[in-house]
Design a protein around this ligand. Structure first.
Ligand code: SF4
Ligand code: SF4
Length: 454
């Protein structure tokens, strides 16, 4: 009899496993609540940040904007230029190292809680759940014939999915084109070719990935799931089933049965349709929903919870000093963050490039002095116009001719012609080092060049 029950249960489980479309059962619990907290947090930032403005001398501009046309990245009060590529590279390195550290500590935690694929799939399946009903109703609807009601139900779901996907695309493009200018242009499709392309592509991408492909992306397309194993160590925590405590399953009728009653709910709630009792599988995104489900079952039958739990993979000793990989990632992260802070602190809002006219290195004036001409490319990286002056560094017989000054508009580059002069008898023949100081109030920079004496 018990064997028959087991067979029926096994057949029922096949409905939920990774063949065909997965209709995961909804479950409540601490991990589910944490997942939704992450959805609200990440999407609150994504959908909201592009609407924030930043006051620059009484003028409002979008606080976060990747202005590709003008080669600038606005991050609140910070304006980054192509010359700040090192800083951007550091930010990417910090993000990657942080991800490696989290993976070494807790496996695919990013996949289960913060990856956009997981987050949007959660939102899209929540909508599906509201419109089509719970997992059983959805299964029934899918297997049933096409009726007017089914067309209406499915059509409403896809319409709402498309609306969300479209708004996601508008938000995405709104980080590259000011969203307050973009939005009024969309109804009449008065957008540029690149904006148009990305609006359509990103909306279609979101709709297909989160609505149709879902867990298939994690199972078959995501490269991260394939190589993240190299970051694990034996103490990396991962969602695991306690075999020793759970087996043999109670449904087997064994007199010394373990705590698993083989209810299959952990499989029913799994968004990737796997059975965690089969051991660690690359499809597992560490979302913890099977823990929530099993904890509820254990509480109901009066057994201790955590038959499925986040546990070290194989190690029994998880002391920090035995985890060189984790320590290396943490140290690297610390160094990169310190380097990033130092780079921002040392960053100058005034840059100068000196160009020499190679055809006329020097010339002699009527009064016997030697002159060299320079063009200073003065780059104002602030958000207001600046007036700059120039002087020479140190005690040198070389002098500046006149008092060159220039006003450079906010975020612009302007050329400033400067002539240096020295008495022909003051210096020997050859090249002599000179240093220009360009300044505006407290802001200053020093650039070296040479004075050529023929
Ligand atoms: S939810 Fe728990 S008790 Fe039920 S099958 Fe899964 S591991 Fe066993
Ligand atoms: S096995 Fe558990 S943790 Fe892994 S994906 Fe399925 S529900 Fe999430």
């Amino acid at each position: 009899m018990s064997q028959v029950v087991s067979k029926v249960r096994a057949a029922k489980l096949e409905l939920y496993r990774k063949q065909g479309k997965i209709h995961a059962k909804a479950v409540d619990g601490r991990f589910n609540r944490l997942r939704w907290l992450m959805v609200w947090l990440t999407q609150g930032i994504f959908y909201g940040l592009c609407w924030l403005t930043w006051d620059v001398s009484g003028q409002l501009r979008q606080a976060v904007l990747f202005d590709i046309a003008h080669e600038k990245l606005y991050l609140f009060g910070l304006v980054l230029w192509p010359q700040d590529a090192l800083l951007l590279a550091l930010v990417l390195l910090i993000a990657a190292t942080g991800l490696f550290l989290v993976t070494a500590l807790a496996g695919r935690l990013f996949c289960g809680f913060a990856c956009p694929q997981t987050v949007y799939t959660s939102i899209f399946t929540w909508i599906e759940n509201r419109i089509e009903g719970d997992h059983l109703a959805r299964l029934q609807l899918d297997q049933g014939p096409w009726t007017a009601q089914k067309v209406l139900t499915k059509g409403s779901k896809h319409l709402i999915w498309l609306l969300i996907a479209s708004w996601t695309a508008i938000t995405f493009v709104g980080y590259f084109t000011p969203i307050r200018e973009l939005l009024p242009n969309i109804p009449g499709w008065n957008v540029g070719p690149w904006e148009g392309f990305w609006l359509i592509f990103y909306a279609a991408f979101t709709y297909v990935q989160a609505g149709l492909a879902r867990e298939a992306v994690c199972q078959h397309m995501c490269p991260y799931s394939r190589f993240q194993g190299v970051m694990f160590d034996p103490a990396t925590r991962s969602v695991s089933y306690d075999q020793a405590r759970g087996e043999p399953r109670r449904a087997s009728g064994d007199a010394k049965a373990g705590d698993c009653i083989d209810c299959g709910i952990c499989v029913q709630v799994c968004p990737t349709g796997i059975d965690i009792r089969d051991g660690l599988q690359y499809e597992c995104i560490n979302c913890g929903l099977c823990i929530d489900a099993c904890d509820q079952v254990m509480t109901r039958i009066g057994s201790p919870t955590e038959l499925i739990r986040f546990a070290p993979m194989t190690a029994t000793n998880t002391a920090w000093h035995r985890r060189p990989r984790v320590l290396s990632y943490a140290l690297l992260l610390l160094v990169l963050v310190a380097l990033g802070v130092w780079t921002v602190d040392q960053r100058s809002l005034l840059r100068v490039d000196i160009l020499r006219d190679r055809n006329v290195l020097s010339r002699e004036t009527a009064d016997g002095r030697i002159e060299n001409a320079y063009q200073l490319q003065v780059m104002n990286l602030t958000e207001t116009a600046q007036h700059y002056g120039v002087r020479l560094d140190g005690d040198s017989p070389v002098e500046i001719v006149g008092k060159p000054t220039i006003t450079v508009e906010a975020g612009s580059i302007a050329p400033l012609q400067v002539t240096l002069s020295a008495d022909a008898s003051a210096l020997p023949r050859g090249s002599h080092a000179v240093a220009f100081h360009v300044f505006s109030g407290e802001m200053r920079t020093r650039e070296s060049s040479t004075f050529r004496m023929p």
